[in-house]
Write a protein that binds this ligand. Structure first.
Ligand code: ARG
Length: 291
């Protein structure tokens, strides 16, 4: 017979969901924004003249960490370093696939020293296969593992030559994509993976962030993708983190949250307003350790 929950009215969209989404346990590396500030501008979001609260940034970061832990994921923490205010954006300092690590080489002098701190963390935490790139490579900022392919962004930060280097270092097929909107300067501000477990990965992306050719590549590879709109992109809503079921998004990304819910995911909205003043969101703060 019907249980009470089955007779409760449900949104029509929700009823049409055919897939039961299943999360898989994740391990993340994060860095508390203990030295956070906006003292230079290397992307259009950063305004050194605007007020920034380090305390609020720390609160938002701790809340994000608690969300992951509350979902049953493991969070490793690297020590923040004074003078490196963007070190909170852990995703930019390494790409880990199958236990192999490709480190970072930052485009800007302001962030250059972050790479060595993360490299030391990898070496101290049991990673035997660590490659440091020759070409500019801002790691998961521009490199997105779908479970089958490494999608690789270029145009503002990571160099095209770094894509071939990533393919060689990680032993995974790489597909290059060209970014064209300066406010969406990293691939992880324009695209993220919702499901990396099945034979057909599911992604969400914002088409206007990409060159015409790259949009066609995305349409061919991911005909089923969730398409984000302007309001989603304007709050860096594509900077999401999914465990296959729960999708962590900036709280302003309400359209995107509704769209992923239509596909059977559970959106989890977080306030990242302070971190966004440096041009980051949930994903930027979160490096996935795929061991
Ligand atoms: N201020 C940092 C930069 O411009 C923000 C990085 C955001 N991280 C990200 N994965 N998109 O480099």
């Amino acid at each position: 017979g019907a249980t009470p929950s089955q007779v409760l009215p449900q949104p029509a969209e929700r009823r049409s969901t055919t897939t039961d989404r299943q999360e898989t346990p994740r391990r993340y590396l994060m860095c508390p924004p203990a030295h956070f500030e906006v003292s230079y501008a290397i992307n259009p979001w950063m305004d050194p003249a605007a007020p920034v609260s380090r305390e609020r940034a720390l609160d938002q970061w701790h809340a994000l960490r608690r969300v992951y832990e509350g979902l049953g994921h493991r969070v490793e923490v690297i020590d923040p370093v004074e003078g490196l205010p963007d070190m909170v954006f852990a995703a930019n300092s390494g790409t880990v696939v199958g236990g192999r690590v490709l480190g970072a080489r930052f485009r800007s002098a302001e962030r250059a020293d972050e790479a060595a701190h993360y490299r030391r963390w990898f070496e101290a935490n049991g990673y035997a296969d660590v490659t440091m790139p020759v070409h500019v490579n801002e790691a998961e900022g521009d490199l997105t593992w779908t479970g089958r392919l490494l999608l690789a962004g270029t145009g503002f930060r990571t160099e095209l030559a770094a894509h071939a280097e990533a393919q060689e270092a990680l032993g995974v097929p790489v597909v290059s994509l060209r970014l064209v909107d300066p406010r969406l300067y990293h691939l992880d501000t324009a695209l993220f993976v919702l499901d990396d477990q099945g034979p057909d990965p599911l992604i969400a992306y914002y088409p206007p962030a990409f060159s015409p050719g790259s949009r066609q590549v995305l349409e061919r590879l991911f005909p089923d993708a969730v398409i984000a709109d302007d309001t989603d992109a304007r709050c860096l809503g594509l900077n999401g983190v999914s465990d296959g079921r729960h999708v962590v998004l900036p709280l302003e990304a309400t359209n995107l949250a509704a769209r992923v819910a239509l596909r059977g995911f559970d959106p989890v909205l977080v306030d990242v307003s302070e971190l966004r003043k440096a041009g980051g969101g949930p994903k930027c703060c979160t490096m996935e350790l795929r061991d």
